[in-house]
Design a protein around this ligand. Sequence first.
Ligand SMILES: Nc1ncnc2c1ncn2[C@@H]1O[C@H](COP(=O)(O)OP(=O)(O)O)[C@@H](O)[C@H]1O
Ligand SMILES: Cc1cn([C@H]2C[C@H](O)[C@@H](COP(=O)(O)OP(=O)(O)O)O2)c(=O)[nH]c1=O
Length: 187
Amino acid sequence: MFIVFEGIDGSGKTTISKKLAKSINAFWTYEPSNSVVGELIRKILSGNVKVDDKTLALLFSADRIEHNKKIKEELRYRDVVCDRYLYSSIAYQSVAGVDEDFIRSINRYALKPDLVFLLICDIETALKRINTKDIFEKKEFLEKVQEKYLDLAKKEGFVIIDTTDRTVEDVYSEVFKTVKLRSNYGF
Ligand SMILES: Nc1ncnc2c1ncn2[C@@H]1O[C@H](COP(=O)(O)OP(=O)(O)O)[C@@H](O)[C@H]1O
Ligand SMILES: Cc1cn([C@H]2C[C@H](O)[C@@H](COP(=O)(O)OP(=O)(O)O)O2)c(=O)[nH]c1=O
């Protein structure tokens, strides 16, 4: 199974996705990935280099093409759990002003996940959880991103979990139950 975690920064994706991968012996990975394109993206996100929003959208999709090769290879042997994926591009880049059709079009070759968790969180709580801030980590922007994610969730059937005022253990146990139900193995 190819399982994806989406949500705003500070919603708990990294914590929960790593925990899940460990317990089901899956390969854990993330976007922006560790490809050469991913490294360039990180420089841009830190605010040191500026590019057009459409250029950044293209870089995320290029990084995803590179990352997909690794994901497909790993899926031959085990499940893959990914911290952010295609829906980060649709949510963040569209809120940044890039046309959604353009984003979908440049991502049309991206492998479809089997299960997507959307972790939602009160914005103030999420911001308190984040240490280092990148160019997108501002209250008004993240509010819009979360709304966009919720729109997508309805259309695409994501499993939505609110992590505000819940412990990691509590959120994780809900995630694990869902994965168990959706998988053929019954871990
Ligand atoms: N349910 C939760 N309750 C309280 N703190 C959490 C919860 N989930 C994650 N955290 C903490 O919040 C911070 C950000 O979590 P992280 O998993 O990195 O979020 P994301 O990957 O979505 O940015 C971390 O310090 C983590 O320990
Ligand atoms: C994968 C992806 C991430 N992003 C953004 C979301 C985050 O603000 C940023 C970096 O993601 P991430 O590494 O998850 O941030 P952090 O380490 O702070 O949790 O990139 C996009 O805008 N589009 C994308 O397609």
